[in-house]
Write a protein that binds this ligand. Structure first.
Ligand SMILES: Nc1ncnc2c1ncn2[C@@H]1O[C@H](COP(=O)(O)OP(=O)(O)OP(=O)(O)O)[C@@H](O)[C@H]1O
Length: 363
């Protein structure tokens, strides 16, 4: 049996300014109990606005919102933020500096009159254990690291046991080491507590590794909603492919049953495809082989730890990014032969910004 629905958005539209395009345009989605959804997209695509609509900090002009089965916006209904059974974690932690860790966590609990002092203490201890900060109850925010402060913010949001937690770029103020560690921690904490969550980020990796489903947004619209694997391997649009995996696109021309490209031929699998297309080739799918007769050249090389990323210029002048394991790195200037691991590639309509390819096939 499927889990109950915790959030239901129906055709939500939000326009701040009549002269401007809507910040959110006709977005519908649902989130099940215990599920973590990431909203991913470039700056200004509407992620925060969508989160604020769910929280009740913004009113939609159209559409409706339900949280845990309760209508909270739309159809003449309006429930204010404090009555929505939602916990929020912001980018800047937003802890009260004059309150201890314990009192910060207690703050949300004390709003609820029905809870006894003993229960408040118990919930504080449980919340601190969940975020692994036992023993730090008496400290003040300035006595904690950024990562610890964000854990306290998470504990404070979780302590009242809300139906839903909203996290607005909660890791973006932390340095890389802490960010990487805390993103796994956040997933564990949310899963251990069984709390449903919507997580806003502009970081592709963060979205893919933290969530059960990812919603990729562009200009106020939901471009694709799916599992991290589906978003990565089967991007529905070129925008999703470019934003999520920074894939390469190469121009292809139909020749019989094949697409002909600078990187060789690929079988045409759909009868609907036209005479020209752009094929998506992942950075890790291209194989480099140093060869004096190669017509492609390494223009740049970046060390990424386990991998090198090469910037390759092809014979037609296009640039491709290639990632390979770091053994036997190739020097900038090396001529290379290029081939592609997988013959099954995704095909997208031609984008005018990719110039036409008019060179011999390399292999
Ligand atoms: N209060 C407001 N008044 C007018 N326009 C707004 C308001 N809030 C947001 N916008 C506009 O709505 C659009 C979406 O903004 P939003 O903050 O939701 O984007 P975002 O994807 O969260 O971006 P970022 O990653 O930079 O925070 C932007 O064009 C923004 O300028």
């Amino acid at each position: 049996m499927s889990e109950p629905v915790i959030v239901q958005l129906e055709s939500i539209t939000k326009q701040f300014n009549r002269a401007a395009a809507p910040a959110i345009a006709q977005v519908s989605l649902s989130l099940q109990q215990g599920e973590i959804l990431s909203l991913l997209g470039p700056s200004g695509c509407g992620k925060t606005t969508l989160l604020r609509l769910v929280a009740g900090f913004e009113k939609p002009q159209q559409g409706s919102i339900e949280i845990a089965g309760q209508p909270v916006a739309g159809n003449g209904i309006w429930v204010p933020p404090e009555k929505r059974d939602v916990g929020i974690v912001f980018q800047d932690y937003a802890l009260f500096p004059h309150l201890s860790v314990g009192d910060n966590i207690a703050f949300g609990l004390q709003q609820s009159k029905s809870i006894s002092k003993d229960s408040i203490q118990k919930r504080i201890q449980e919340a601190l254990a969940l975020v692994r900060l036992e023993g730090l109850q008496k400290r003040y925010p300035h006595e904690l690291s950024g990562g610890q402060q964000q854990r306290v913010a998470l504990a404070r949001a979780l302590a009242p046991q809300p139906a839903l937690i909203l996290l607005d770029e909660p890791l973006s103020n932390l340095d890389v080491q802490v960010r990487l560690q805390l993103r796994e921690e956040i997933r564990r904490i949310l899963k251990d507590s069984g709390t449903s969550a919507i997580f806003v980020t502009h970081d592709q990796e963060e979205a893919l590794c933290i969530s059960d489903r990812v919603g990729v947004m562009q200009q106020g619209k939901l471009e694709q909603l799916g599992s991290p694997e589906a978003i990565y391997t089967e991007p529905a649009t070129r925008f999703v492919a470019e934003f999520v995996s920074q894939a390469n696109f190469i121009r292809a021309h139909r020749r019989g049953q094949f697409w002909e490209t600078e990187l060789g031929q690929f079988p045409i699998t759909s009868p609907l495809e036209g005479e020209q297309a752009d094929l998506m080739i992942r950075e890790e799918a291209i194989i480099l082989q140093a060869d004096e007769t190669g017509v492609a050249t390494i223009r740049d090389r970046t060390f990424l730890g386990r991998e090198h990323r090469y910037r390759i210029q092809t014979a037609s002048g296009e640039y491709l990014n290639v990632r390979t394991p770091t053994s036997a790195p190739l020097a900038v200037g090396t001529r290379v032969l290029l081939s592609v691991r997988d013959r099954k590639v995704r095909v997208f309509p031609t984008n005018a910004s990719v110039s036409a390819v008019n060179t011999p096939v390399l292999h």
